[in-house]
Design a protein around this ligand. Structure first.
Ligand code: PRP
Ligand code: URA
Length: 208
């Protein structure tokens, strides 16, 4: 399934501020939310609609609204949490599941530590959130867990993707569309994205 890089000028402008190492934690969090919200506008473009009859102050109307079960946002802990509020501002009815993973520093392999999602995943559109798609190990593992739990319609949203991560995710889950604000050049030898924005979790939560 295709990678979509969302080139909107507002996203690119905000992403540049986000990448700047002098951007403080508070602004970093605000920008992650804002970019996630703008990306969600594109990533939700094909959500199903149904027709309902409503009454305007002037006449009756066949209007359209989102149909079916509420979508689910699934942030990959920790850094994915930073994208939730922005998207929920746009889709307030969305449910939120959580997948806890961290990368082992030596092997770069994901280590699972938490999994809690709605039970009726098969009926819902699932949006997996993580600012960084680096080696792709975390995204592939999270999506594998979600499919085992019943998810069928899954999209992956990240802010910065590395070509290595995109290739790995497309190879493992070709049915999952990937949305990114940027496709960067490469990974360095310890699995960080270049030019990237550093450690997204540390910058969001002020740890280091
Ligand atoms: C970061 C990031 C992704 C993962 C990406 O999380 O938020 O989850 O690395 O790397 P990958 O594509 O090579 O798997 P990290 O493991 O640092 O955990 P954290 O969010 O708790 O800081
Ligand atoms: N995780 C991050 O937070 N940043 C990277 O560049 C790679 C993985």
């Amino acid at each position: 399934m295709a990678l979509t890089v969302i080139e909107h000028p507002l996203i690119q402008h905000k992403l540049s501020i986000l990448r700047d190492q002098s951007t403080p934690t508070k602004l970093f969090k605000e920008l992650v939310d804002e970019i996630a919200m703008l990306m969600a506008f594109e990533a939700t473009r094909d959500l199903p609609l149904e027709t309902v009859e409503i009454e305007t102050p002037l006449e009756r109307l066949q209007a359209r609204r989102l149909s079916g079960y509420e979508p689910v946002l699934v942030p990959i802990l920790r850094a994915g949490l930073g994208m939730v509020d922005g998207i929920r501002a746009l889709v307030p009815s969305a449910r939120v599941g959580h997948v806890g993973l961290y990368r082992d520093h030596d092997t770069l392999e994901p280590v699972e530590y938490y999994f809690k999602v709605p039970s009726d995943l098969a009926q819902r559109d699932v949006f997996v959130l993580d600012p960084m798609l680096a080696t792709g190990g975390s995204a592939v593992d999270a999506i594998t867990q979600l499919k085992k739990a019943g998810a069928v319609r899954i999209r992956f949203l990240c802010l910065v993707a590395a070509p290595e991560g995109v290739a790995k995710l497309e190879g493992a889950h070709p049915d999952v569309p990937i949305f990114a604000a940027a496709l960067d050049r490469q990974l360095n030898d310890v699995g960080y994205i270049l030019p990237g924005l550093g450690d997204a979790g540390d910058r969001l939560f002020g740890t280091r």
